[in-house]
Design a protein around this ligand. Structure first.
Ligand SMILES: Nc1ncnc2c1ncn2[C@@H]1O[C@H](COP(=O)(O)OP(=O)(O)OP(=O)(O)O)[C@@H](O)[C@H]1O
Length: 234
């Protein structure tokens, strides 16, 4: 099985004025192709910092990170932008849709700049949003906006999908629908999906659960029998 992302001794230190905050303190990880990985950890443990570095949105202070063997830690800004654009789809807790573009236009914009995009209208229809495609974000519910955000990430047809608390702002049923979509992208399309969350129940869907504690990998659990989104409850 090919390793899609590898990190070696990853450190990230932020400075609040003079005061250093050691968000990551030596993270070693391998993420395999086609895996559904859930990263669990308490608030402030470094999960978002890690995801941002894995997605090329931020650089480590120290350590190495490889995407399919290619070092990201040595990349210039332009190359990193291409990596983000072509290889990675992001889903955030608070959708980050462009307010003055319709649902369709939000998805199409992402697809336009991708190398091998999927059809925006088809993806929106698969998300159950065919009849909402001409709505602006402010005319959609939170769950619908999150589904547009997922459609936008998936329409790029990325190699890796990185999700930061994707269900954090959603009600229970909508959250489960969103998880189902993420799992389909993983299982049907064979893509690598990483989800960071506080919600331990979501870990039951994962092939592997990586626990982050105080800027380090605390433990890794392999799930012999990952369940479907429908079987998860919290
Ligand atoms: N830009 C920044 N400047 C300074 N400190 C930061 C910055 N970003 C994160 N931190 C600090 O780094 C640590 C890890 O933050 P991070 O957001 O990665 O944690 P998290 O596990 O994702 O938390 P949460 O679950 O609450 O989102 C925290 O102490 C946080 O305050």
């Amino acid at each position: 099985m090919e390793i899609v992302i590898k990190t070696k001794n990853l450190h990230k230190t932020f400075f609040n004025g003079e005061v250093p905050v050691h968000a990551l303190k030596g993270v070693n990880l391998d993420i395999n192709e086609g895996e559904f990985v859930v990263i669990l950890g308490p608030s402030g443990s470094g999960k978002s910092t890690l995801l941002n570095i894995l997605g090329g949105m931020d650089a480590p202070t120290e350590g190495e990170i490889y995407y399919r063997g290619i070092p990201l830690h040595n990349m210039g800004k332009k190359e990193l932008t291409m990596f983000r654009r072509n290889a990675v789809g992001f889903i955030f807790q608070f959708y980050n849709l462009i307010p003055n573009l319709t649902a369709y236009e939000n998805v199409a914009l992402a697809a336009e700049i991708a190398v091998n995009p999927l059809d925006p209208a088809t993806i929106l229809a698969e998300m159950g949003l065919a009849d909402r495609k001409n709505h602006f974000p402010s005319q959609l519910s939170g769950g619908q906006q999150q589904r547009v955000a997922i459609a936008r990430a998936i329409a790029k047809n990325p190699d890796i999908l990185l999700c930061d608390e994707p269900t954090g702002a959603l009600d229970y049923e909508t959250g489960k629908q969103v998880l189902d979509t993420l799992r389909n992208f993983n299982r049907v399309m064979g893509k690598t999906v990483l989800v960071i969350t506080h919600n331990a129940a979501i870990g039951k869907m994962a092939d592997r659960v990586i626990y982050i504690k105080d800027g380090r990998v605390d433990k890794v659990e392999v799930n012999a029998n990952p369940v479907t989104a429908g079987e998860v409850s919290w």
